[in-house]
Design a protein around this ligand. Structure first.
Ligand code: ZN
Length: 211
């Protein structure tokens, strides 16, 4: 996968579509090279659980700057509904959910009048024909969600006031579109294999970061 530069400016302004410019720092397979991780080579799915339950969210560059941007955007929109003295906080990093696995299809090569599907380099017609291959007609989409905590002053029985967590709500900060053939899949969510894989991934990433 392409790892492009992180651009913090205006990532979240408006609809948050700029999140689409973030690219994974690492693939799961490159960090855990002996793990049961795969990418689809054909647009078929025959496992019991749906694709979104096997998909492994890419590790995007979820920096502190981006967290501040997300929080500032939420506050600008929703702080006006707070009781005086209240405030909002968000969890970080966001959770990824594969809302669309995307789709692609295979096209057949065009047929030359003279050479049919035998491609002949010197033939002008052969060269002009569609060679066939895979065509992505819909990107896969990751939805990124944080939990927003609403803290508000509550009056206690003894007459004092304290700031308490009133409620927690999910808030979608944006989406990332990727080639459906690049989506990595692994053990199903909730399984011990998955939990172990996620633990190993972050253990390895933290170790690499401290070296
Ligand atoms: Zn030909």
């Amino acid at each position: 996968m392409v790892v492009s530069a992180f651009r913090a400016d205006s990532l979240l302004t408006g609809s948050g579509q700029r999140l689409g410019e973030l690219r994974p720092r690492h693939t799961w397979a490159s960090v855990l090279d002996d793990a049961d991780i795969w990418q689809r080579t054909e647009d078929v799915w025959d496992l019991l659980n749906p694709r979104e339950d096997h998909a492994l969210p890419p590790e995007l560059p979820w920096s502190e700057e981006l967290r501040q941007l997300a929080l500032a955007e939420y506050r600008a929109k929703f702080d006006k509904y707070l009781e005086p003295g209240g405030h909002h906080e968000i969890t970080w990093p966001p959770e990824g959910y594969l809302t669309s696995p995307g789709s692609w299809y295979v096209t057949e090569p065009g047929l030359c009048d003279e050479h049919a599907d035998e491609y002949v380099d010197e033939c002008e017609e052969c060269r002009s024909l569609d060679r066939g291959g895979q065509v992505v007609d819909r990107d896969a989409t990751w939805e990124w969600t944080v939990e927003v905590e609403t803290w508000e002053p509550q009056e206690n029985a003894d007459g004092t006031t304290s700031i308490e967590l009133l409620q927690t709500d999910p808030w979608t900060i944006g989406y990332t579109d990727v080639d459906p053939r690049e989506v990595e899949y692994g053990p199903v969510k909730g399984s011990p294999y998955r939990t172990e894989m996620v633990r190993k991934y972050w253990h390895s990433r933290r170790r690499a970061a401290s070296e």
